[in-house]
Each structure stands twice: as structure tokens, then as C-alpha cells.
Design a protein around this ligand. Structure first.
Ligand code: ADP
Length: 627
């Protein structure tokens, strides 16, 4: 019988497979098993509609057998099978070859991951085999046929005697090379591992023969080797089960096994979506940040399955950056293993799923926040910074999704609260959201500017996370209330009358303040009296948008960017020091310079900034004490 040639496009794909250096050759088995599973589906389907066909689901099986001697692997199913024409059409041609087009457009990218991501069906077997035999008999027909090909040279089809219905595919493994040992596919545990990884949730049993040594019947010390059949796959995708007290352990185990965590997840949630898009998602929130979470090469993503068959370990398109901590999977019948579908369309499909998944995560977090505050705070301590970063990074574009998920420490409540809670509990006439920044809650508590807020019982949010101030600088306001740093020069809680009073104080002391400013030139842009302090003698405030805290952070970043905040030294007008300064200004202008420096350094110390010039400070203090 004469050899037939493959159709041109098929030949190209074949060449790609034969010469593939694609590292993940393992997926050939996934492809063959998926084809078998499809063939079993088809037979089951027609048996449901055609009364003359009598097959039961439990007799439908896939066998994977290894023969070390002949160096072959066979994949056998009792599915629908193929007749002669189908063998010719299906295995001799590739009708639509989306993958091929894709490959050609990206031809400098030799081993594109398309093989791994979408599969290339039957031909992928040529990555590991140099000869393939397919024996098939279509269900209900008498004749069986054998299709044989040794790759690019073409294929032959002959009649085959006496084959059961279904399809048996035999792969003759390639010779080992220096780079790759094809012998690995002759090891039970290798094949078993590949089946478990990619095809664990195929709904038909995938059976392997296992040799076992056991005591001979009636004998005490004589062993015999028996061959037993073992089902390798678990068949029911875990995500088809409900999360209950009974199955919880199974879900936890699935998480720790698959997502390389030693601790069970904090939260597991599952969704079944049917309608325009169809998918099941099984998602986990880790109970701690992964060790590499804050590293550059941390990869977000969800595993992507198509009807229980793993397509991709980590599909990053399924998760937005701000939910990058979520682990889990999506299984969708809409995403086909079959490469021949339009890739673009697939992308649209994936982005529709991604959008829906994002909504589910958002909802889950909101519910947790409302129903289980303690749990949410635990979550927030792990991943809250990332949510705030999500707002900052998108220039506020995602603020509607995220601003009600972030929390800050409240000076009044002395615990984390949401922005909504802050606004709901604020004073009626308060038209700003006040915040204070610092390295830690304890340090912020010591800020002199807080005094007047405490006295007037106004809540202040403590920003101890470096990202906080940047996040609100992007938010600008919440429910029309502007975010305001209490260390801003403009902030005043005084009445109009008091404001006028202090203004007058400052005008009267113009010369005194001017000479202090001169003494501190380069350090502050202004010196003034204030009524914002009660017990503290001095504090530093800033003019404009760049706070002292932001200055510190931006300047610490490994970029060329550098900013300078405009600092104002404010002196408590009601403190004894105010009177003293006025006296010194009259009697000893030189000494005023020392006072200015000491007060400036003191203000820095109170705010946790550290002294700018500790040596001078201590010299000046000693001089004063020694007087
Ligand atoms: P795909 O599965 O993506 O359509 P393949 O190259 O893997 O592409 O297979 C081509 C076709 O060959 C399948 O669509 C199917 O009709 C047929 N086929 C492959 N394997 C089997 C099998 N085990 N039993 C029946 N038909 C099969």
C-alpha cells in the first residue's frame, strides 16, 4: 500500500513537534488522554440518545501501558473509535491550525509556550516518539484499521484484524540523546506522576498495570509477582465537591500540595458560574504572605483547567495585581484544550472569566470584613499593603473596588477601622479626614500636633505603613472629605476669633520670628507662633503637598528623584518658652540663635526624625545648663 502524504499545514506542525526542544514534553500524555476522554464522551453521549447502543458509563476506561522491552507506551480507550475515513481526516490533516499561524507569526520564538498552554493534540506525541501506530474500530462497525506513521515521510492505513471497539495508540519512543532521556517515560512512577498532574480530574478511570510482589497462597516464604490494575486519577475534581466540615481537610491538603505552602489557607471559596460564561473557581487566601511575595519575581496567577484537564499552572491574566495573593484555579468548559479555536477569542473568554473572578474575590473580602472582623484583620495584616498599593499604582482607577477594603488605625478607637467607619463617626461639622504619619503607631501617638485633636475629641487616622500617605494622595478624598495631614501648616482647629489672635501675635513678633528663621536658614522656611499645641513647646509642620514623611520615603528610593518638604517651626504661644524668646530677643540676639537651633532639633526629636546635628545640639544645651 502506498504511503500518503500529510497535508501541508499538518506537515509543518508535525515538523514543529518532531524537532521540538520544548522542555515540557510530558504534555503529550495529557493530549492523548484528553482525546481518549473526548472519544468516551462521544460514545456515552450517543448511547444516551440512541436506544440501540448499550454502554454503561462504568465500562468506559482508558488504559496506559508501558512496555520496557519494545520501548513503547500505549494509550487505549473503548470510546467512539474512528473509521478509515476518520483516521485519514483526523490524523492526516489539521483542519484549522490557529497554533501554526501563531507560530509562524512569531517565528523567531522557536519553542513558544503555545505547546504547553493550549496543546497541539495528537501530533504532540511526535515530541517523544519516532513512530506511532493507531489501531481503531468505530463503535458498531466490523472493520478495524491501523494507521502508522514515522513522522514527516507520511502515513499508511491498513486493515487490522480483530480489534475491539475503540482506539489504541502505540508510541515507539525516540532514542535517548545526550540532552534527553526518553527512557524516563518507561518508568511507572514518571507516567503516574504525569497523569496525576495533568489528567487527575478526567472523569473516566485511567488505569495502569502495576506489578506487585506478594506471598504465594498457602506459602509462608514464597513470593509471587502479580499484575494488578490500578486507577491513577481521582476522577472527581475536588472543586465539584462542596466545602463542608467533612471535606475541609481534603481542600486544605489540595492547597498545601498544589501551592507549596506548609500552612493551611486562611480562607477557601468556590464559585460556579453558569450563563454567558461558564466556570468553576476554587480560590484560596493564604494564611501568611508567601516567602517571595515581596520579591520582584513573585508570579501571580491561577491554574487553568478545561473540563478537569490542566492547561496552565499559572495563568496570570486571571488575576489583577492587587489580588495577586490569591491562589487557586479556574475550570471552564469554554476554554478549550483545542488549539484550533481562535486564540483571540480565547483571550476574550479569559478576560471575561478574569473579570468575574475579580468580582468574586472583591465580594468575598467585603463579606469577610462585614461578618468576621477578626478574620479580616488577620488577612489585612498580611496583604493590606498590596490593596493600598493597588489604589496608588493605578492612579486611583481601581479606587471604587478597593477603598472600602483598606483600613487604618484610629486614634479614638485604638484599632483598625475603615474609611466608611471614620466618616460615619466623625463630628457633624468636621469636613476633613485627618491623618498623622510616622514609623509606628507608638511614635505617632507622641506627635505634638495630636494634642489639640485629642482635646477636641476628633479622630485621627495613623499612617504607619509607608504606602499610606501615597495611597491617600491618589484618593484625595473619601465621601467628599479631603484627606488632611495634621502636620500641615494650614490645619487649624481654632475658632475664627482665636485665629485672628494668633495672627496678631505673629505680626507683633515679626522681627523676633524673622531672626529665628535666619538662624535656621536652610532648615526651615518659616518660624511662627501657634495655638495648636497644649503642653509641647514646639512642633514641625509642612507647607504644601510634600510631607516630612514623604520626603523621607521618596529620598530613600533608589531613584534619582529627590524632594524637599517645606518645614515650618511652630512655637507654642502659650508656653513659657514663648515669653523667654521674646525676652532673649530684647536682651541677647546672639543667644536667640542658640535657642532657635535647640528648639528646632527638639522638634525633630519629638517627631522621631532624629537630631540633624547632635554634636552642636549637645554643645548648646551644655552651654545653657552651665550658665
Ligand atoms: P483535537 O483533539 O484538538 O481535535 P487532535 O489532533 O488531538 O486534535 O485529534 C484530531 C482528531 O482525531 C480528534 O478531534 C478526534 O476526532 C480524533 N481522535 C484523536 N484521538 C482519538 C481517540 N482516541 N478516539 C477517537 N478519535 C480520536
Amino acid at each position: 500500500m502506498s504511503k500518503k502524504q500529510f497535508k501541508t499545514e499538518s506537515k509543518k506542525l508535525l515538523d514543529l513537534m518532531i524537532n521540538s526542544i520544548y522542555t515540557n514534553k510530558d504534555i503529550f500524555l495529557r493530549e492523548l488522554i484528553s482525546n481518549s476522554s473526548d472519544a468516551l464522551d462521544k460514545l456515552l453521549f450517543i448511547s444516551l440518545t440512541d436506544k440501540n447502543i448499550d454502554v454503561e458509563k462504568d465500562e468506559l476506561k482508558i488504559h496506559v501501558d508501558i512496555d520496557k522491552e519494545s520501548r513503547t507506551i500505549t494509550v487505549t480507550d473503548n470510546g467512539i473509535g474512528m473509521d478509515k475515513k476518520e483516521l485519514e481526516d483526523n490524523l492526516g490533516t489539521i483542519g484549522q491550525s490557529g497554533s501554526l499561524l501563531f507560530k509562524e507569526e512569531n517565528s523567531d520564538n522557536k519553542d513558544i509556550d503555545i505547546i504547553g498552554q493550549f496543546g497541539v493534540g495528537f501530533y504532540s506525541a511526535f515530541m517523544v516518539a519516532d513512530k506511532i501506530e493507531v489501531v481503531s474500530r468505530k463503535y458498531g462497525e466490523k472493520e478495524a484499521y491501523k494507521w502508522v506513521s514515522s513522522g514527516a515521510s507520511g502515513y499508511e492505513i491498513k486493515e487490522e484484524d480483530d480489534a475491539p471497539w475503540g482506539t489504541k495508540i502505540t508510541l515507539f519512543l525516540k532514542e535517548n540523546t545526550d540532552e534527553f532521556s526518553y527512557d524516563k517515560y518507561l518508568e511507572d512512577y514518571e507516567i503516574e506522576g504525569i497523569i496525576k498532574k495533568y489528567s487527575n480530574y478526567i472523569t473516566y478511570p485511567i488505569i495502569m498495570k502495576k506489578e506487585e510482589s506478594r506471598l504465594k497462597e498457602g506459602s509462608k516464604d514464597e513470593y509471587e509477582t502479580v499484575v494488578e490494575e490500578e486507577t491513577i486519577n481521582s476522577m472527581i475534581p475536588l472543586w465539584k465537591k462542596n466545602i463542608t466540615k467533612d471535606t475541609e481537610e481534603e481542600f486544605n491538603g489540595f492547597y498545601t500540595d498544589n501551592f507549596h505552602d506548609y500552612e493551611k489557607p486562611q480562607k477557601i471559596f468556590k464559585n460556579n458560574i453558569e450563563g454567558k460564561i461558564n466556570y468553576t473557581s476554587l480560590l484560596f487566601i493564604p494564611s501568611h504572605a508567601p516567602y517571595d511575595y515581596y520579591q520582584k519575581d513573585y508570579e501571580k496567577g491561577l491554574a487553568l483547567y478545561s473540563n478537569g484537564v490542566l492547561i496552565m499552572d499559572k495563568c496570570s491574566d486571571l488575576l489583577p495585581d492587587y489580588f495577586n495573593f490569591v491562589k487557586g484555579l479556574v475550570d471552564s468548559p469554554d476554554v478549550s484544550l483545542n488549539i484550533s479555536r481562535e486564540i483571540l477569542q480565547k483571550d476574550a473568554q479569559i478576560s471575561a472569566i478574569a473579570k468575574s473572578v475579580e468580582g468574586k474575590i472583591e465580594k468575598e473580602l467585603k463579606t469577610m470584613l462585614e461578618k468576621d472582623r477578626e478574620e479580616y484583620i488577620k488577612f489585612f495584616k498580611n496583604f493590606g499593603t498590596n490593596l493600598k498599593f493597588g489604589i496608588y499604582n493605578s492612579f486611583g482607577m481601581n479606587k471604587d473596588k478597593l477603598q472600602d477594603l483598606i483600613m487604618f488605625y484610629s486614634s479614638k478607637e485604638e484599632k483598625l477601622i475603615t474609611l466608611k467607619e471614620y466618616v460615619d463617626n466623625k463630628k457633624d461639622d468636621q469636613n476633613k479626614i485627618y491623618y498623622a504619619t510616622g514609623e509606628s503607631i507608638d511614635k505617632i501617638k507622641m506627635l505634638p500636633q495630636l494634642e489639640s485633636f485629642k482635646e477636641k475629641d476628633i479622630d485621627v487616622l495613623f499612617f504607619d505603613d509607608y504606602i499610606d500617605e501615597f495611597t491617600v494622595s491618589v484618593l484625595r478624598e473619601y465621601e467628599s472629605l479631603e484627606f488632611t495631614n495634621i502636620a500641615n501648616e494650614d490645619v487649624s482647629l481654632s475658632s475664627e476669633e482665636d485665629k485672628k489672635k494668633i495672627e496678631k501675635e505673629n505680626t507683633d513678633a515679626k522681627d523676633l520670628l524673622e531672626s529665628m528663621k535666619e538662624a535656621l536658614s536652610g532648615k526651615v522656611t518659616d518660624v511662627k507662633f501657634t495655638d495648636r499645641l497644649t503642653n509641647h513647646p514646639v512642633c514641625l509642620t509642612t507647607k504644601g503637598n510634600v510631607s516630612t514623611n514623604m520626603e523621607k520615603i521618596i529620598n530613600a528610593m533608589p531613584t534619582d528623584e529627590s524632594v524637599k518638604s517645606e518645614t515650618v517651626l511652630e512655637i507654642n504661644v502659650n508656653h513659657d518658652i514663648a515669653k523667654k524668646l521674646k525676652d532673649v530677643f530684647e536682651t541677647n540676639k546672639d543667644e536667640l540663635k542658640s535657642y532657635a537651633t535647640i528648639l528646632y532639633e527638639e522638634a525633630r526629636l519629638i517627631e522621631g526624625l532624629g537630631a540633624e546635628d547632635p554634636a552642636t545640639l549637645s554643645k548648646l544645651v551644655c552651654e545653657l545648663i552651665s550658665k
